[in-house]
Design a binder for this molecule. Sequence first.
Ligand SMILES: O=S(=O)(O)CCCN1CCN(CCO[C@@H]2O[C@H](CO)[C@@H](O)[C@H](O)[C@H]2O)CC1
Length: 494
Amino acid sequence: TLLFCVKAQYEFPTGFEFGVATASYQIEGAWNDGGKGENIWDRMTHERPDLIEDGSTGDDACRSYYKTEEDVRLLTDLGVDFYRFSISWSRILPNGHANQINQEGIDYYNELINRLIAAEITPFVTMFHWDLPQPLQEIGGWPNPFVADIFVDYANILYKEFGDRVTNWITFNEPAVVCEQGYSTAGKAPAYTQEGIGGYLCAHTLLIAHGKAYRLYYRDYFEEQRGRVGITLDSWMYMPEDEESQEDQDAAERAFQFFLGWYANPIFSEEGDYPEVMKSRIEAQSQEEGFRSSRLPSFTDEEIEIIKGSADFFGLNHYTSEYCTTVTGTEDLPRPSHSADIDAFCYQSPDWESSGSSWLKVYPEGLRKLLVWIKQRYINPEIMITENGFSDRTGTLADCRRVNYFNSYLEQVLLAIHEDEVNVTRYAAWSLMDNFEWRQGYTERFGIHYVDFDDDDKPRTPKMSAFVFKNIIQTGGIDWDYTPEAFPPCDWDN
Ligand SMILES: O=S(=O)(O)CCCN1CCN(CCO[C@@H]2O[C@H](CO)[C@@H](O)[C@H](O)[C@H]2O)CC1
């Protein structure tokens, strides 16, 4: 008899949880309603529309501030276990400081949280997803070390107001993007270009803020609330261009340490502190550039201890990967700069499928490799994939390419769980709906629900990927033959 060896169809373990993710500035709108203060994205999009691809703002976005009932219904229809959303600091503390609490802001998030709990959906709350109150930027923003304690005061308010129902906290979303793109390369608000300096100062404050917010929770709230506090780091998979080349392996390792290790080493490694390669390279580069001391600030022993072990889970945002090799001479890299400090040339294979985003190429194996790297490098932390998704610019409802992306990346998660024994416990798709994609405005769509931004009511319509994601949640497995009703089957062979 002809034996059909069907590839073992792995399933997600019982208890594995699925969710979707959003962020306050990207979906809420109501930028100056309900007592909310101004934040750096309001300011930048109003003052520098030239920095946004379609000149748009998040003033209205998806109007989720007015649509909690409708949005929670979308979540219920999907059958998600959790919903990851972020709180707008400026909606809670309009001037950024805890001396003025905006009760309307508290009420809005209470309504959202209460609706989620009534729908048996676990709220996963990100405290900071890039929307820093403008008054705090006016005292320097994250490069100002005093902002750490101001953040801890904000975290304290959140624990106090919502901690009886919210037991899963994420302090920061993607600190590397906040700092490197916010204060060094102008990729994000407040769009400063202090290359090789601003990013490192931002990260230093942010890591201390994170560590202190974690310690505060365990000192004043854990006894009563029994929740967990983590952080979300974004990482690409960095691979040596030539597996056999020591030079390329070193280049990929430097990329990992300067992007992911920058934050993961202080928090998740045995030794804590910045990675050795960062400290030594930035010290040497700074000397060469004539600085009196290293551009990388150093932690005190006490700060190293506050930050080490300051996360109960490893939140991971992953979208894509790169090959790395050495830079042929760093003379053409800006000095000083994070990229010159890394001294690696990383690029994406032209063979990988493109998306609606210039930086997002499809390489599903990268996710499995990255999960294994994290497991081996850090103390096998519990990993929650807090974002993973695909963009297009067409807005098609029959989004087969997004379905392909989710199926392919989730297959890699199954392999990491079942074959590499990586401790992955959750997966959130980015995003519940099309939304304001930062400097790309509304030109890039990541949603599993389509949003018609030309309609004042911003109506949501489920795409094929919403139905496919619902099916994955219900069945606990990947089914390439599943075609939701009213959609034509996807042509997987071309
Ligand atoms: O300098 S530019 O702006 O010309 C191009 C840089 C583009 N960045 C690359 C890193 N990416 C990290 C993922 O960012 C995450 O993924 C989602 C999709 O991007 C975002 O919507 C989420 O808010 C964010 O958490 C954010 C976009």
